[in-house]
Design a protein around this ligand. Sequence first.
Ligand SMILES: [Zn+2]
Length: 350
Amino acid sequence: MTDSSPHACARNRDVPPVPAGGGAFRAYSRLAPTPSGYLHQGNAVNFILTWMLVRHSGGRLNLRIDDADAGRCRPEYVEDIFRQLEWLGLDWDHGPAGPDDFFARHSQLLRLDRYRLALEKLELRGIIFYCTCTRRQIKNKAGANHLYPGTCRSCQRPPAAAHTTRIMVARQWTFAAASREFELLPGKTPPAAEDIAEPLISVQPAAEMGDFILWRRDELPAYQLASLVDDLDEQINLLVRGRDLLPSSAAQYFLAEQLGPAGQTFLKAKFLHHPLLTDTTGRKLAKSDRALSLAAMRRAGATPGDLYRLTARFLGLAADDIDSPADLLAAAADLPTPGQGRGLPVFTAG
Ligand SMILES: [Zn+2]
């Protein structure tokens, strides 16, 4: 990354380079909201958790707004992201300073050449194909698993007609994570590493997603490709995500492997897939539910402290005295740093 790149920093600190192995692990991570809805408390907990792990390790935090899905992204959602981050009191080291700066210098739509370059690398490997089928045609042919039926796998040249570009996902390829992550459940104290049974979490993208889309019919990169390329360009080495994104991590890991040397930093990254916050009926929080948005919570009288206490409880920490980012950081001082042995709230892939 250089300061002339579109993702250059708005709030530059003295940022150290990524350490080349050895020494303590410094987390290089990102807050990566998609501006397709108002942020909700699940997003807030994910942001606070990510912020905490990065600051705890003396690393670097990027703000990246995933707006490549231009059809669903709206300017008011971009504004909402900045408003809620400011309210929460979270800072970041690289990324847009505000909505105007975002649209002028940081939008993913300004980085299409980077995504295109990655796509071309994959094309050279002969694992890409092109599909002109409509959604309905695919749906009609898909089996009970609703996955892409492989209709156009043999179509190796881009047709003139509108098409999606997909990747052939190796059938048996598995993202296996020897999980050393502890259950981040409310009220539960993180166990020591020796108490963890090391369950193996494994995901097969072929079974979860099939031959997923890299480049869309509307000539924009798909999320899996854009997100991975950004993570590579930003040298991200810690990804903090909800469990619902485990198949995405698996798909991106598969892609990173296909990219060869260019994909290395992602292959060495650490992952934390945390449980999702649910509403009182046990449903996952959705951006479509406006009542649960941070903006609505604020109007109802919630304070940032409420979100910090919620995150503390999520981590099994005593929450009563926590009111700010600094309080949470102090309370988490005894939590292990990611990548440093015992009880890490992180698992590494491979
Ligand atoms: Zn097709």
